[in-house]
Design a protein around this ligand. Sequence first.
Ligand SMILES: O=C(O)CCC(=O)C(=O)O
Ligand SMILES: [Fe+2]
Length: 276
Amino acid sequence: MDSLPIIDLSIKQNPATISRLRQALLKYGAFRLWAPELKQAVAGGLLRDARNFFQLPSVIKQRTQGYSGFGTELIRGTTPIPKEGINFFRTNDQREGRIPPPAEFFRSVTALHDVGTPVRLPQTANARANTIFCDVLESEIDLTGTPLLDYESVGIQYYNSQRMIVEGGDYSPPHMDGGTLAILIREDDDGDGLEVADLESTEELSSDGVGREASFLRVPAAPNEVVVLAGTRLQRLLGRTKVRACVHRVVGPGQKHSAEDRVSVGIFRACAPHPA
Ligand SMILES: O=C(O)CCC(=O)C(=O)O
Ligand SMILES: [Fe+2]
């Protein structure tokens, strides 16, 4: 398997696709999803609003709900990630004196949230998506659509490429995400640095061990598609024999990324219990 399989949830999957998806969930904990509507929701305004936000003076960003400053997010509690970020629809930033994000930014993130990804709305138009997951994973558990599993936040990552070219290092060290599924939306770029570990290439289980030992597969950011990554919670729910939590990293910027910055948008599912 030299690239992740791509799934179009609007059509009925054939057995070969289901089998490839199963394999990919064990080998990489990841697959690609055909999702032009999500890409459009990000390209149409959200990226611009995000870039505008991250250009704001630091004092304003620091006061904004959900914001985390450059290098303040830690992997495994120790390794700082050289990025800034802002999270929406999380309830854990109730610190005094917070201000809401700029209104237009909030609107475009809400619009993305409302686009209604097939992965997110299993019970209505997207019943089929849920069926696919249950088929593929042979799960008795309804993986989506339950209050506990359906909590969702949107995180926007901002990487200052210029700064990193000077200081060196990768955009993001190898890690796993904590929820059930993360949908990652990136700007089209063949040389985007996202890579997923081949989990069958190592016996290591921790993300730093896997990061040291495994071979990694590049995941270019291609038009009209997004990447879906399994998180540790999905692995716990279903067991390692069905799905592995994806270990991923973002290499670069190196020579390829002469662009000023890199922005990625993640829809993180089931990061916390549904706010009551
Ligand atoms: O920026 C990316 O492409 C990956 C971001 C990521 O892995 C995360 O925020 O958990
Ligand atoms: Fe991640």
